[in-house]
Write a protein that binds this ligand. Structure first.
Ligand code: AMP
Ligand code: MG
Length: 499
C-alpha cells in the first residue's frame, strides 16, 4: 500500500485547454481536525490507512502542503437550476486536486458493475475560486457530514455515487444563517464532469470545446465508443448516458431517495449520484414529498424526479445537438422512459420477492404504493421480506406498520396469491429479499444526531453510521434503533440549500 507521496497522478483534465478550468490552490483553514477517514475509499487508491495518522496528513489534504504530482484546478460549468439556465457556475468551492491512477480496479458504478483505476480527488470547501460568485468558497460541517455519510450509504445500497476519502473539520467559523464550524470533504469519482460542463460551451457557441469535451469523456470513460465514426459516435454515447441516467432515477425511486437539487450542474455525465445537499430518504411514504425546504413549489419532489431526469437529459441533448442530427437527439432521448421503467419494474419485482415476471405485476406494484401511503417505506419493504404465505398467517408485524388497513388486507390477499402462484418458498424468498430491501437508510434524524455529536468533536455516531450504512442489508444486532423511523418531533427536520 502506498503513502500519499507515492500516489501516481495522471491529471487528464488539467491537460484540456485553459478555458475548461482555472488553476487554483486550496486555501487551508485554521486548526483542521480529522473527523473521519474512509478506509474502504482509501483502498481504492491503494492508500495505506496508516497515512491518516501521519501528523502532516491534514496538511496534504487541506492544501497546506502540495501532494506531489497534483495539479489543483476548479472546473468550469453552467447549468439549469430549477428549470432556468444559469450561464456561469463552475466549482465555486470545490477544487479538483488531481487524478490518481490506482494499481487496482475498483467498482464505481453499483448495479452497472463498472470499474475504474482512475479517481479524481475533489476537495469541497477548499476556498474561493474564479467561479465563487458571491460565495465564500467554504462548506459547513453539517452538510459535509451529510454528504460524507450519504455517499457511503448509496454505495452500500449498490447505487452509483461519488465516494469520499475523508472528512475534515475546522474551528474556522463559516457564516450561513448563523456561524457554523467549517469543514472540507475529499470526494472521489472517476470524473466530475456534469451535464452543465457541456451546456456552458453550447450556450457560448464554442462548438470546438464542446466536441473536445465529448471526445475527452468518451476516451476516458466510454472507451467502447472511441473508435466509432463521428456520425454515430456521439449518438451512441449519448444513448448510453440516457440509459444510465434512466436507471439511476429508477434506483433512487426504489429506495425512496430524494436528491433535492437536481440541477443539471449536479448531474454526472457518468450517471452516478453526485452533489449531496438537502437530500432525504422517505420515512413515511408520500409521493409528493419535498426534501429541500428551499424548494417550496416541489419542483424536485420525490414524484417529480423521473420527469426531471428527462428534462435534464433534454438539456444535455440540446447542448450536444451540434454533434448529432436532430433525429439522433430525439431517438436517444426516446430510450429514457423504457430504460427507467424496465429497471424500475425489475427492482420492484425483486423488492416484492418475485422470481418470474407476470403481466399483472404492475397493478400489484401500484397497489403497494397505495398501501404504503403514510407508512415507513424502508421498514415496510424490509418487513415484506418476512411475509408468510402460510394459510391463515396474519403477518401482523407488517400489517401493524400500515395506516390504510382495508387497502392492505385486499392487497395482502392478492400478494400472497401471486407468490403462491409462482411456487414461492418463504425462507428462500426471505434470503433473497434480505439482500434487496435494506434495513437501514440514512434518515435525516440519524444524520442530525451524528452532526450534533461532531459539533462536540464526538465522531462515534459517524463511526457507527458508516459501519451500518456500508452494509445496510445486514441485521446489525443491537443497533435496531438505527432502523427506527424518526420520533414525531424529528419528522420534520428542515434541510435547505444552505450548506
Ligand atoms: P450547489 O447548489 O452546491 O450544487 O452549488 C451551485 C453552485 O454554487 C456551484 O457552482 C457551486 O460551486 C456554487 N457554490 C455553492 N456554495 C458555494 C460557496 N459557499 N462558495 C462558493 N461557491 C458556492
Ligand atoms: Mg453542485
Amino acid at each position: 500500500m502506498r503513502s500519499i507521496e507515492a500516489l501516481t497522478f495522471d491529471n487528464t483534465y488539467s491537460r484540456l485547454p485553459d478555458t475548461f478550468h482555472q488553476r487554483v490552490q486550496p486555501k487551508p483553514f485554521e486548526n483542521p481536525w480529522l473527523v473521519h477517514f474512509n478506509e474502504a475509499a482509501g483502498n481504492l487508491l491503494d492508500l495505506d490507512p496508516a497515512e491518516a495518522r501521519r501528523p502532516d496528513f491534514l496538511d496534504f489534504i487541506t492544501g497546506r502542503k502540495a501532494i506531489p504530482g497534483s495539479d489543483p484546478l476548479a472546473m468550469l460549468y453552467a447549468g439549469h437550476q430549477f428549470g432556468s439556465y444559469v450561464p456561469q457556475l463552475g466549482d465555486g468551492r470545490a477544487i479538483l486536486l488531481g487524478e490518481v491512477r490506482s494499481p487496482l480496479k475498483g467498482l464505481y458504478n453499483g448495479h452497472l458493475n463498472l470499474v475504474t483505476d482512475k479517481w479524481d480527488l475533489h476537495l469541497k470547501g477548499a476556498g474561493k475560486t474564479a467561479f465563487s460568485r458571491f460565495g465564500d468558497g467554504r462548506a459547513v460541517l453539517r452538510s459535509s457530514v451529510r454528504e460524507y455519510l450519504c455517499s457511503e450509504a448509496m454505495h452500500g445500497l449498490g447505487i452509483p455515487t461519488t465516494r469520499a476519502l475523508c472528512l475534515i473539520g475546522s474551528d474556522e467559523p463559516v457564516f450561513r444563517e448563523t456561524p457554523e464550524p467549517g469543514a472540507m470533504i475529499l470526494r472521489m469519482a472517476p470524473c466530475h464532469v456534469r451535464f452543465g460542463s457541456f451546456e456552458v460551451f453550447y450556450y457560448r457557441d464554442q462548438v470546438d470545446h464542446l466536441r473536445s469535451l465529448a471526445d475527452y469523456v468518451i476516451a476516458q470513460h466510454y472507451p467502447e465508443f472511441a473508435g466509432v465514426a463521428p456520425k454515430d459516435k456521439y449518438y451512441r454515447w449519448f444513448k448510453e448516458v440516457v440509459r444510465r441516467t434512466g436507471q439511476l432515477m429508477a434506483e433512487w425511486q426504489a429506495v425512496g431517495f430524494c436528491h433535492g437539487v437536481m440541477n443539471t450542474d449536479n448531474f454526472s455525465i457518468l450517471g452516478i449520484t453526485m452533489d449531496y445537499g438537502p437530500f432525504g430518504f422517505l420515512d413515511d411514504f408520500d409521493p409528493g414529498h419535498i426534501c429541500n425546504h428551499t424548494d417550496q413549489s416541489g419542483f424536485y419532489a420525490y414524484d417529480q424526479q423521473p420527469r426531471i431526469g428527462h428534462f435534464n437529459l433534454q438539456a444535455l441533448g440540446q447542448a450536444l445537438s451540434p454533434l448529432m442530427t436532430p433525429d439522433q437527439v430525439t431517438g436517444a432521448l426516446g430510450d429514457y422512459e423504457p430504460a427507467l421503467a424496465t429497471h424500475f419494474l425489475d427492482l420492484l419485482g425483486a423488492k416484492h420477492g418475485f422470481r418470474i415476471q407476470s403481466p399483472t405485476d404492475e397493478e400489484i406494484f401500484r397497489d403497494t404504493f397505495e398501501v404504503l401511503r403514510g407508512t415507513d417505506m424502508t421498514n415496510f419493504f424490509r418487513g415484506l421480506n418476512s411475509f408468510s404465505t402460510a394459510p391463515g398467517a396474519d403477518n401482523a408485524p407488517l400489517r401493524d406498520l400500515v395506516v390504510n388497513l382495508p387497502a392492505y388486507d385486499a392487497w395482502a390477499k392478492r400478494y400472497a396469491a401471486r407468490l403462491t402462484g409462482e411456487g414461492s418458498k418463504d425462507t428462500e424468498r426471505k434470503a433473497r429479499m434480505d439482500r434487496v430491501n435494506p434495513k437501514f437508510v440514512l434518515r435525516n434524524h440519524l444524520a442530525q444526531r451524528a452532526i450534533d455529536a461532531a459539533h462536540q468533536r464526538d465522531t462515534s455516531e459517524i463511526e457507527t453510521l458508516m459501519r451500518i450504512l456500508r452494509n445496510p442489508f445486514a441485521e446489525h444486532p443491537g443497533l435496531e434503533r438505527y432502523a427506527e423511523p424518526p420520533p414525531a418531533e424529528l419528522k420534520k427536520i428542515v434541510v435547505s440549500c444552505s450548506s
